[in-house]
Design a protein around this ligand. Structure first.
Ligand SMILES: [Zn+2]
Length: 74
């Protein structure tokens, strides 16, 4: 028998202690509380610093080859 499949009272207490990430409402972590991750921490900081901010794209559709390639011949 294991209680790993459902949260126990102890785990619930941990959640209450750490709270939830104000950015995405995930469970906060010890390292980045009150945020869940460095990403959310940085986003919040950027919000305060810049007012409006852009989330950098994680990936682009263009590859190095696309950027460096000359126009394609017909
Ligand atoms: Zn978060």
């Amino acid at each position: 028998m294991s209680d790993s499949d459902k949260p126990s009272e102890k785990k619930s207490a941990d959640i209450v202690m750490l709270g939830r990430c104000p950015m995405c409402r995930k469970r906060a972590t010890l390292d980045y509380r009150p945020f869940c991750s460095k990403r959310c921490s940085d986003l919040d900081l950027a919000k305060w610093l810049g007012g409006n901010y852009a989330i950098p794209a994680e990936e682009t559709d263009l590859s190095e080859d696309d950027l460096n390639a000359p126009y394609a011949p017909e």
